[in-house]
Design a protein around this ligand. Sequence first.
Ligand SMILES: Cc1ncc(COP(=O)(O)O)c(C=O)c1O
Length: 290
Amino acid sequence: MRRRRRRSVEASGRRRCPAGVRGTPVRPVARPSQAGADGEARAQHDREASRDVDRALGSSGARAFYAQPTYANPTGAQWSTRLGRDVLDVVRRHGAFLVEDDWAHDLAIDTDPRPVAAYDDDGHVIYLRSLTKSVSPALRVAAVVARGPARDRIQADLGATSMYVSGLLQAAALDVVTQPAWRSHLRGVRPRLRARRDLLAEALREHVPEATLDRVPAGGLNLWLRLPDGTDLDLLVRECEARGVLVAPGGEWFPAEAPGPCVRLSYAGPDPDRFPEAARVIGEALRAAR
Ligand SMILES: Cc1ncc(COP(=O)(O)O)c(C=O)c1O
């Protein structure tokens, strides 16, 4: 099938656990995020999560902790403000840094995210943000926000490795984000993303009822779908692809053994009118892959 005929529910993006982890003495630990929980269950989850970070920094001696606190790729999980503050305290106590990858900040749907960096008053957060999702992959300009000695070292290092970021691209990026139209663009993205997200979620509920959608994410581009145990994920992905639907197998995102078969489905691609058709194909492929 020609590519443009494909009903893609998958976008390109960061996949897999960080390459640097493979082949090192690092022991990956999967920690399920608390989908939909609030109150005491959420508070308990947050305490355990920041304790895990504390333990990991203590036992490894690592100086940096990388995280996506807002609409994490692929699950769409979002940290509570309390968890952000707690992790920041832990990182500070260890004399380490939180590398906050705020890749989906501009793709908010139901919440108004506040970066952990906003609570950082002594330079323990290195904050990353890019325009590739909210403007265009062609405008490959990202920002690093850091303070103090970390900022100086990053600047020296980047200067030495990349020499410079294209002045033309920087001017274009600055032009985009300083126009009044930038704010209205972001406001317009929100309802469009919401409509797409809800359309795909609804289509999956209807056509793939065996699967579980733990979380309808409050932002970002992806739905993270848990499939029944025993699903042959490779077969499912191949069946879908043969019928023109591209989905991303979830195993690649787990740093340790995956707790079960999952797929990441993006609602950002063109042609949302075809989401129901794509969901029907996924449902049929799932039944063939069990
Ligand atoms: C976790 C994460 N970080 C950052 C990015 C953005 O990377 P770039 O700006 O290089 O496209 C993405 C894009 O998919 C991502 O998934």
